[in-house]
Every structure is written in C-alpha cells, then in structure tokens.
Design a protein around this ligand. Structure first.
Ligand code: FPP
Length: 244
C-alpha cells in the first residue's frame, strides 16, 4: 500500500464507516433491521456515485470483528443482507466494470459465505473501473496481527531477515496490500472515532465526520465530503507552499 496525494482529480481511495442505521430507524419508530435495509440502499447509491465520480477504490465497513457481540438476530439479519446484496447485485456490478474485493478474516466463516465472496471476486477480477472493497469480519488490529504472524513465520523459516521488514513490506502483508492508502475517510452517524478500521492505512488519511445517519447518505453528501477533502492542505509530515 502506498501513500497517495490527490492533485485536483477525484480521491484515489475513499473509505467509509457506515454508521447510524439503528438510530435512523429508532427516530422513525421502526426496528433496527429497517435501518440496515435502508443502509443497503444508501450503499448502492454510494457505489454508483463513486463510480460516476471516478473514485478508484471504495472501502466499506460492512461488519467488524466486534459486531459479532450484537444480539444473534441482528447478526443473522446483517449477514443475510450482505449475502442478498452480493447475490442480487454482482451481475450489475460486473456489467459496470466494478471489481469486488473482500477484506477481513475469513477463517471460521461459514463455507457458503466464503464461497460467495470467492465467486464474486473471481467473476470481477479483471474489471478495471471502481474497486469495491467490502470489509467483513474486519478489524484493523486483527489484520495487523495476521500480517505480523505471516512475517514472523517467514523469519522463522529463514526466508527473510528481521532487518528486511520495512513499513512497505508490512503494508503489503495486510489485506489491502497493493491498494493505495485511503485519501479520505468518511464516518456518518456523528461519532468521531476509527473503531478499529484501517488503522495502519489511515496514517495520513483526511477524515470527514458527518452528523447524518448512513441511510440518508447519497451522491450529494459524497460530493460535499470530497469537496471538503480537496480544501485540505495535505502535508504528509512535510511542508507545502502554504506552510513553507
Ligand atoms: C452501523 O449502524 C452499521 C453497521 C453495523 C453495518 C453496516 C451495514 C449496512 C450498511 C447494511 C448491510 C451491508 C452490506 C454490505 C449489504 P448501527 O447499527 O451501528 O447504527 P447505530 O449506531 O445507530 O445503532
């Protein structure tokens, strides 16, 4: 993964924490499941808008390693929504030249779900427009831990020396290896935290926190977030014309 500056064009990589489905539903006196259902509609709108804007990579936090602690009924519902989304939308996404990738820990997931991920990834592997990265059973600390374990194994087997592990090698052992780092991270729902999302990758990412609940997210809100991002002075620890 490489740090990427954006010079006027669309951000190369936008990551989103889609928060606020439950509160959106509660405000309307509806069950949380209604919020998640509308959340899928917002997700569809966002994928289309990101494609239209020429964004290269869109990474969505669909289910965290911590989300398993929610009530069993809600977990089942979220898993079913994801299954249905992939089954019903994969053909259209493929036609739109979207490449689907899934990041997160697949160990221990039910085989049918793993197969669904693998099939969607295989079908769309050669697509060259938007990369839609779905973070499922994803946790940043767990991802870094898996990368460290893989590297420690290579050291133990004598394949590499500890001194041959610069940050770029660690980055390439993450699930996002080969993708640019997020330029912009958007979190809806009013909270201002990372919640174990892309911890390594967000070292120089610009954050936009929105009060809106995720089911209300749309192309306009995405455009506004990108405009706010464009006004930022990204220095990557150095100096730019404004600060020199
Ligand atoms: C946060 O809302 C959202 C989630 C835990 C999951 C996001 C899921 C979707 C948008 C729908 C399913 C996903 C796919 C990929 C089809 P929350 O429940 O934490 O809301 P709250 O903070 O208001 O309770």
């Amino acid at each position: 993964m490489t740090a990427s500056a954006s010079s006027g064009g669309p951000p190369r990589h936008v990551a989103i924490i889609m928060d606020g489905n439950g509160r959106w539903a509660a405000m309307r006196g509806q069950p949380r499941s209604a919020g998640h259902r509308q959340g899928v509609e917002a997700l569809r709108r966002t994928v289309r808008a990101a494609s239209d804007m020429g964004i290269g990579v869109l990474t969505l936090y669909s289910f965290s390693t911590e989300n398993w602690s929610r009530p069993a009924g809600e977990v089942r519902f979220l898993l079913e929504l994801l299954r249905r989304f992939i089954r019903t939308d994969v053909a259209e996404l493929h036609q739109s030249n979207v490449r689907i990738m899934v990041i997160g820990d697949r160990d221990g997931l039910e085989p049918a779900l793993r197969k669904l991920f693998e099939e969607a990834e295989a079908l769309t592997r050669e697509n060259t427009a938007l990369k839609l990265v779905i973070a499922f059973n994803y946790g940043g600390r767990q991802e870094i831990t898996r990368a460290v374990q893989a590297l420690a194994k290579k050291v133990a087997e004598g394949k590499i020396a500890p001194a041959d592990i610069p940050p770029a090698v660690i980055g390439n052992h993450l699930d996002t290896g080969g993708l640019p780092e997020p330029d912009l991270l958007i979190r809806t729902g009013g909270e201002q935290r990372l919640s174990n999302y892309l911890l390594w990758q967000c070292a120089y990412t610009e954050f936009v926190f929105l009060p809106d609940y995720w089911p209300d997210f749309d192309a306009d809100r995405l455009r506004h977030a990108v405009e706010a991002f464009r006004r930022r002075d990204r220095r990557f620890g150095g100096l730019t014309a404004q600060t020199a």
